[in-house]
Each structure stands twice: as structure tokens, then as C-alpha cells.
Ligand binder design. Structure first.
Ligand code: FE2
Length: 132
């Protein structure tokens, strides 16, 4: 992240395990997220290409910790066909704040998912219907 990245500091930590609960040392966790304005590097102009994007390898106990900021909710594009669908359906364009994760380990199926924040705005009404 940028020096002095705006936003509420967040330490995201955990342990990667397999489906039986066995720790996975050496698992690769790729993570990307919006910034405090709800903007993503590589989509919004003026943000360094790899800002708030990166990868980390879990330790001998499958554990990891990432120091970042809490992402903000954001609106999906409201122009083009997406915008016409939203307007026709009468939806709003908001997505709840989330972290994108892709977790991989040799011999295991790769998991790509999103994690949300308890009591976050738009959880009950995610335009992408991905939160619940
Ligand atoms: Fe996202």
C-alpha cells in the first residue's frame, strides 16, 4: 500500500487449513482490495498499479498476517449495459466492503472467495448478490 494509505488500519490474520482442519504451511494467499475511497488499483486512474494487491506465503503452522486498511464499499459501474440493467431493475449499485482472496496449496483445489465485515453496509443488499 502507499505510504500513509488513508483508512482505518486493519490487520487481517488467520490460518489456512485443508477441509479436515489440517494446517497448510506454504500455502499461497493472494489478496486484493479497494482503498478507503472504494477504488481499485488497475481500474481507477492515479493509483499505483499494485496498490493493495499482493501475496503472502503461510508459515510452518499455516498462519499469516497482513497489515492493511479496511476497504470501503463501492459502486459497480453504472454506465453501459451494467448501468442499464441496474436502472431497469431498480437496483442500487453498491457492493459491501470486502477483501478478495485466492488461496492455493499443492495438492489442493484453489479457493477464490471474498470476505466481508460483520455489520458492514450493503451486506443485506449486495448488488452482486455475493455477500449472503
Ligand atoms: Fe471487489
Amino acid at each position: 500500500m502507499r505510504d500513509g494509505e488513508a483508512g482505518t488500519p486493519l490487520v487481517f490474520q488467520g490460518q489456512v487449513t485443508d477441509a479436515t482442519g489440517q494446517a497448510l504451511p506454504g500455502a499461497v494467499l493472494e489478496m486484493w482490495q479497494a482503498d478507503d475511497d472504494g477504488l481499485y488499483a488497475q481500474f481507477a486512474p492515479g493509483i499505483p498499479e499494485w496498490n493493495l494487491r499482493g501475496g503472502i506465503v503461510t508459515d510452518d503452522e499455516g498462519r499469516f498476517a497482513v497489515t492493511t486498511i479496511q476497504p470501503a464499499p463501492y459502486q459497480i459501474p453504472t454506465d453501459g449495459s451494467c448501468g442499464r440493467l441496474i436502472a431497469a431493475a431498480g437496483w442500487h449499485a453498491w457492493r459491501p466492503a470486502h477483501l478478495h482472496l485466492k488461496v492455493s496449496a499443492p495438492g489442493h483445489q484453489t479457493l477464490t472467495t471474498q470476505l466481508y465485515f460483520k455489520d458492514g453496509a450493503y451486506l443485506e443488499a449486495d448488488v452482486a448478490s455475493a455477500a449472503l
